[in-house]
Design a protein around this ligand. Structure first.
Ligand code: FO1
Length: 320
């Protein structure tokens, strides 16, 4: 059985994984999920990227939105607002609240996040092994300019959801990452992998944050198996999200080629760009990374499955 390890952020990672399951139904898939987007609200621990993967693969996701639960209601949020208790800018629904209550209760009882995630997945049966990148607290903060000419750091969710990435990001800091340890199972999964995939997730705040946990980048390199990524940038713009803002903050151009070079040939063996970026193929190959141009818009699960199949094909070519 082919053992595939996928480093995943939120919506893009989850939709890619749904395609991968269709393209490789017999594969043994382990997902290393980003937890830098996690936020503590109302005394609860919220893990947006882990939940997005779990709900998407478990059939509970809000289909158009791509995050949160289907058939959601917001009574608790309205009641909190009636008490003047915010933040109002973050949309936690009633069904979703239950997940965060269970998670927070288990953590308070002494369970690590990896054990809690496993317990939550027993209900959702996502069909993959979902591991947080770490059991330690890591929180991505974004440095922005203030009106008085200074700067301040805001939580990634505040930057993305409240500010809608409307102001420039001057720096992105995964607070706590340097001291974090990979969660149990992460390094073992990498060591046992036949192929490692980077979905079209954000290279800075999703994949970049996972790679910032000491040991994970080394674990990928030492696995000695093909590592193939898919560009989240198509035609010079992010397919969704704010990767352009995040890339600017770390001085990387918003192009499929620049993201491949940013990961580098020390990490990546293969890179898929969209057909609109086929002119970038030669330059990526010149950087020592095998590159192919295929359609990379995940309009539906069939399209995501075709992308996953292309990534596995490229992994096979790299190995040969
Ligand atoms: N995204 C939004 O744009 N607005 C929200 O109010 C919002 C709430 C939210 C609650 C739970 C959850 O799991 C995800 C949520 N997201 C929301 C998505 C999230 O902000 C980001 O898309 C991810 O963190 C980036 O991967």
């Amino acid at each position: 059985m082919q053992r595939i390890v996928v480093l995943a952020g939120g919506i893009g990672g989850a939709r890619f994984l749904r395609g991968l399951q269709q393209a490789a139904p017999d594969a043994d898939i382990t997902v290393i999920g980003n937890t830098g987007d996690d936020i503590h609200l109302f005394g609860l621990k919220v893990c947006p990227d882990l939940d997005t993967v779990m709900y998407t693969l478990g059939g509970g996701i809000h289909p158009e939105q791509g995050w949160g639960r289907a058939d959601e209601t917001f009574t608790v949020k309205e009641e909190l607002a009636a008490y003047g208790v915010g933040p109002e800018w973050f949309g936690l629904g009633d069904r979703d609240f239950a997940t965060h209550i269970v998670r927070t209760q288990m953590i308070a009882a002494g369970y690590p996040l990896s054990a809690v995630t496993e317990a939550l997945c027993r209900r959702w049966e996502p069909g993959v092994r979902l591991l947080p990148m770490t059991d330690d607290r890591v929180e991505t903060h974004v440095l922005i300019d203030t009106e008085d000419g200074g700067q301040k750091a805001v939580h990634f969710q505040e930057y993305w959801v409240r500010l809608r990435a409307s102001v420039a990001a001057r720096a992105v800091v995964p607070v706590g990452a340097e001291q974090a340890k990979p969660a149990p199972g992460v390094l073992d999964a990498l060591a046992a992998a036949d192929v490692i995939l980077f979905p079209p997730s954000n290279p800075v705040v999703s994949i970049g944050t996972i790679l910032a946990v000491p040991g994970i980048r080394e674990g990928i390199a030492e696995a000695g198996v093909p590592v193939v990524g898919l560009s989240p940038i198509v035609g010079g713009a992010p397919v969704r999200g704010m990767a352009d803002r995040m890339l600017a903050a770390i001085g990387v151009e918003t192009t499929a080629e620049a993201v491949a070079r940013h990961y580098g040939s020390g990490l990546l063996d293969g890179w898929l760009v969209d057909t609109v970026d086929s002119a970038a193929v030669d330059a990526v190959e010149a950087a020592g990374i095998r590159c192919r141009a295929v359609p990379l818009m995940m309009a539906d699960t069939d399209a995501a499955a075709a992308m996953a199949a292309a990534a596995l094909d490229l992994a096979g070519e790299v190995r040969a």
